[in-house]
Design a protein around this ligand. Structure first.
Ligand code: AMP
Ligand code: MG
Length: 490
């Protein structure tokens, strides 16, 4: 059964909590007439929403904050957070408004949040708006991450306007409707820890456990298990980010999801030419969130969360939960890299092979995604296809030595070339959201051509498939193009 706009059942369980956790605030509609730029039918299916609703004239009004549906109870959530290592006592949804939640026929609950919907009590000095550029980037990237099998928030639709929004330049404002089972962040707990309001921590933990970890609700040690589960999920998320070459540009604790989702897409980046110290956020001058720092930052953020739970759990138990992070991360990362390299099972030599390969890739600035995808073409016996691989490297003799070792390891496993190629293509995406591709979509959309979003989404949704007619989206940025700078300004 699918819903029309008006039959969609709405409630807001978060708004049923005491009002210390949020502020009631209605979205501020755009001043100019909003337009639907893209409707995400796949996300609509999560809500059992009939895709025909996009043609309902009220659709744009509802998801640009002009009109509310019965059962909606809009709020901005309060949180705090460690931003670039420093505790900031008061943050909160400064430009996002939680409209409410709906539960589909499978029993999955989805919160719907408008992002870019105007001022809230937590907007501080900012304007409550999101520009089209960053809204498109979030819209595309959340679908790309989902396509890659990485836990993430989703997005139902993208709505644009002619309203001017002031950043480094004048831009136009847009709104996306973000979907997640919960938008609670680590920072949602921190705010009450530092205010020494421990009862509120318990209330919030009980809410999150009941709503999102119901299997823990009856356990006497539920708060500890909750922490353990968040540790495990976050470790897994970081491993997936690392394996695919994704960097979150602002890994502050207020951008860390309590469900282990990728949350708050700002100056994110997919690694192109491999560089362990890749910094995707132009504003991150010290490289706190450099690619190779992110697993450790994940642990730092989890320690911030664990600290807030100390009123509810023993110190030693919390510490042990944090100590398990390294094991979870390493296991998950090694398993993913084992698959990327085409091995059926773990081998002692893999760590060394990988280290040497990444060093060579860094030395020769080899594109991470393109290389791993091409590696599936290697055959057990020497083959002409090697030329394509070795030509990517400056020190070809060094790469030849690596390839010889790699082949020796491959031979120790019983997989055929064809079976390995098949498995590797399922582990190594052909398509990622490269900054230059996102920028092309941004430029075309700004000119009024909305079709490019759907074209790019076609490959991002199934990034492991070949899509021969769209394979130009798999290419590295054209040589000589300046790298696109992305910063916190969005
Ligand atoms: P971010 O680094 O994007 O996660 O944002 C940090 C904090 O600033 C969050 O509390 C955001 O809600 C808030 N914020 C970011 N941009 C804006 C904006 N344009 N208007 C109001 N608040 C904002
Ligand atoms: Mg944020």
């Amino acid at each position: 059964m699918t819903h029309s706009l008006h039959s969609l059942p709405f409630s807001n369980s978060f708004a049923a909590l005491p009002d210390v956790f949020y502020s009631r605030v209605a979205p501020t509609p755009f001043q100019t007439k909003p337009t639907l730029i893209h409707f995400n039918a796949e996300a609509a299916a999560l809500l059992d929403l009939d895709p025909a609703v996009q043609h309902d004239p009220q659709f744009v009004d509802v998801f640009s904050g002009r009109q509310q549906l019965p059962g909606m109870d809009p709020i901005a959530m309060l949180y705090a957070g460690h931003q670039f290592g420093h505790y900031v006592a008061q943050l909160g949804d400064g430009r996002a408004i939680l409209l409410g939640e709906t539960t589909n026929a499978r029993g999955d609950k989805w919160e719907m949040q408008l992002k870019g919907s105007g001022l809230t009590p937590y907007s501080r000095d900012a304007d409550g708006r999101a520009v089209l550029r960053s809204s498109i980037r979030e819209y595309l990237c959340s679908e790309a991450m989902h396509g890659l099998g990485i836990p993430t928030t989703r997005a139902l639709c993208l709505i644009g306007s002619a309203d001017e929004v002031y950043r480094e330049h004048i831009e136009t404002g847009a709104m996306i409707t973000r979907l997640a089972p919960s938008h609670v962040r680590f920072g949602s707990f921190e705010v009450f820890y530092y205010r020494e309001q421990y009862d509120h921590i318990k209330t919030l933990a009980d809410y999150v456990i009941t709503q999102h970890y119901p299997e823990l609700a009856e356990k006497p040690d539920r708060y500890l298990r909750f922490l353990q589960t968040v540790v495990e999920r976050s470790a897994h998320l970081l491993a997936q980010w690392q394996a695919v070459g994704f960097a979150h540009g602002v890994m502050n604790t207020d951008n860390m999801s309590i469900l282990g989702l990728t949350l708050d897409y700002g100056p994110f980046g997919f690694m192109e030419a491999y560089h362990a110290g890749f910094i995707c956020n132009h504003s991150d001058h010290r490289g706190r969130y450099a690619f190779d720092q992110q697993p450790d930052i994940g642990l730092f953020n989890l320690s911030c969360l664990a600290q807030t739970l100390l009123p509810l759990i023993e110190f030693d138990a919390a510490k042990a939960a944090l100590d398990s992070y390294a094991t979870y991360f390493t296991q998950a990362y090694q398993s993913l890299m084992t698959q990327k390299l085409g091995f059926e099972s773990s081998l002692q030599q893999i760590a060394e092979l990988l280290k040497e390969l990444l060093q060579q890739m860094q030395q020769s600035r080899v594109d991470y995604t393109i290389f791993f995808r091409a590696l599936s073409g290697v055959t057990i016996d020497n083959a002409p296809s090697d030329v394509l691989l070795r030509d990517k490297f400056i020190d070809r003799e060094r790469f030849d030595r690596w390839l010889t070792n790699y082949r020796a390891c491959l031979r120790s496993q019983a997989r055929s070339d064809a079976a390995r190629r098949h498995a590797m293509n399922a582990a190594n995406p052909k398509y990622i959201l490269r900054n230059y591709l996102a920028q092309q979509v941004i430029d075309q959309t700004a000119r009024g051509d909305y079709a490019e979003i759907e074209r790019l989404l076609t490959v991002l949704r199934t990034p492991h498939a070949e899509h021969p007619e769209l394979s130009h989206y798999a290419e590295a940025p054209p040589a000589g193009t300046d790298p696109i700078q992305v910063s916190c300004s969005s």
